[in-house]
Design a protein around this ligand. Structure first.
Ligand code: GDP
Ligand code: MG
Length: 163
């Protein structure tokens, strides 16, 4: 059985974009609307010779925004419980939000090793956004661009000890 990596993070940070890049098929929906993907998806990921099962968590779209954190918590915990490593994605352009901080808290309380990825970090003036992710207390964020395929070698290096 392949090791499992779960991509977690609040809606619209780029989880499905990374999933699609690593799986190589359009298995996950990507949309400008936050949280358009309905369910959790699994695929076989390939990254520079590494093979693993990857889980894309999603499906947070909701009529009632007040129930979002609760649903996210259940989704995130279910995905993280059975994974070898959690890939926690934040948005380097948007900066760290209260929801990011809450997810970080759940992950710090859990057992899974966490790799912190600061996505949308292509181009200039995203350094501050990447650095901001240090406040989450989950180690050094990897500057990343799921859309442009930047940071893949660093992600590989970070995953290697856990798979
Ligand atoms: P999810 O809700 O976390 O699954 O996020 P999606 O993968 O659906 O992406 C949300 C939006 O962010 C889409 O418009 C993507 O095109 C965009 N996006 C994803 N990755 C990047 C990136 O590396 N850079 C930029 N600038 N935008 C990105
Ligand atoms: Mg998605």
């Amino acid at each position: 059985m392949l090791p499992t990596v779960a991509i977690v993070g609040r809606p619209n940070v780029g989880k499905s974009t990374l999933f699609n890049r690593l799986v190589g098929k359009k298995l996950a929906l990507v949309d400008d609307q936050p949280g358009v993907t309905r369910d959790r998806r699994e695929g076989e990921a390939h990254l520079l010779g590494l093979e693993f099962t990857i889980i894309d968590t999603a499906g947070y779209e909701d009529e009632d925004p007040h129930s979002l954190p609760g649903r996210m918590r259940m989704q995130t915990q279910a995905a993280v419980e059975n994974c070898d490593v959690a890939l926690f994605m934040v948005d380097a352009r948007a900066g760290i939000t209260p929801l990011d901080e809450e997810i970080a808290r759940w992950l710090r309380e859990g057992d899974a090793p966490v790799i912190l990825v600061a996505n949308k970090a292509e181009g200039k003036s995203t350094e501050a956004g990447v650095m901001e992710a240090f406040v989450l207390g989950l180690g050094e964020p990897i500057p990343f661009s799921a859309e442009h395929g930047q940071g893949l070698a660093d992600l590989f290096q970070a995953l290697l000890p856990h798979l």
